[in-house]
Structure formats: C-alpha cells, structure tokens
Design a protein around this ligand. Sequence first.
Ligand code: NAG
Length: 218
Amino acid sequence: MAKSVIFFCIVALGFFGIVYAFDPSPLQDFCVADFTSTVRINGLPCKDPATVVADDFFFRGFDAAGNTSNPYGSSVIPMNVARVPGLNTLGLTVARLDFLPSGFIPPHLHPRGSEILTVLEGSIEVGFVTTYPNYKHYSKVLERGDAFVVPVGLVHYQRNVADGNAVVFGIVNSQNAGINVVSNAVFGAKPAICSQFLSNAFQLDKKTVEELQAKFSI
Ligand SMILES: *[C@@H]1O[C@H](CO)[C@@H](O)[C@H](O)[C@H]1NC(C)=O
C-alpha cells in the first residue's frame, strides 16, 4: 500500500515536473538579452549592463490592430524577449490580440505559462479544458473590462461572439510560454503522422484525415 502511494507520488511529480514548467527567478536587477552571443543557456545570456539603454525595455506597436486577413480572422502582436531584450529572465510576455467578427484563435496550449486575458473592446468567449480524466470545459463570455485566467498547460481557445471587432490583451508569466496548436500538432506534424493510424485514433475515415493533413501541414 505504502509502496504504491510512493510510486504514485513519484509518477505524479515526474508528470507535473515535465508538463508545468515556470521561468526561474532572476539573480540580478536585469539581464538584457545579448542576441549576438553564441552561448546556449536556459534563456539568453546577458549583455554588459554598462551598454544597457532605455530602449532595451521599450516597445511601440500596440496602438493599431494587427493583420487579421487570415483564415482565423485574428492576429497576435507579441511584446516578447525577441522584440524587447530587457524582458529576458523576467518571466513575462504581453500580446495584443485582434479579432474580426467571428474571428478566433484555435484550440492551443502554452506549455510554460499561465495567461490572463483582458478585453479592451468587443466581446469574446474564452474557454479551457482540464486534463484527463475529467476534461471539464470552463468557458465565459467576456465583455469590455473583463479578465479571465487560463492555467498553464491547458488547452484553450478564444473566439469573437459579437458583431464588431474585439481587442484583447494577453499576459503570460513566461518569456517563452510556447504555443502548441492542437490541429497543427496532430495533423500538421512534419514528417506526417501515419494517416491510417490517425484514422484509427480519431475514428475518422482516412480520406478525412488526409484532407486535414493537407490543410494543416504548412
Ligand atoms: C495581411 O496578410 C495577408 C495574408 O498574409 C497579406 O496578403 C496582406 O498583404 C497583409 N496586409 C498587410 C496590410 O500587411
């Protein structure tokens, strides 16, 4: 009995340790990313603090909507470490999300970051799904001024449910939260996952699977 409890704990710890990762805490005031360094560490190496300038912490570009002319009718403008080197090691990313009427962001997850979504304009539905065995779907329609939390690692989506455009700000607690779009990971894998296998796994005919693979292998 005790042995199986210990085994379960070890398995559970291993599982959570792999799936739920958080950015480490900084050990200095800042570590502005040095993109020229060839050193490979967890994150990016710091440039000499003597060469750091205010622009290393500055971003301009949240004033206008991004390009929503795509099949999703949505766009994401990220303020991340790639654009703002001063964000390195701080465990933060912000993004402006724009949605056309009926625009959406397809089901996806961030392996390394929880998210807060705040609606500035319009009205969107946000939903996330818990893990096995419950797969419970929590969703909410957010209006202007509302905010919603999406816990790290859970599959979630956003979709415009009003007639006008929507503007949303998303904050994640990682400098590199990662994004895994479910449809692309399954049907767009390169090289492709065996279509007969996906047909069995998803209980769809092989032709439908091949159509999905053609659509999502970009
Ligand atoms: C928006 O994206 C579409 C599709 O990629 C492209 O054809 C179009 O030129 C872009 N528009 C602007 C203003 O960048």
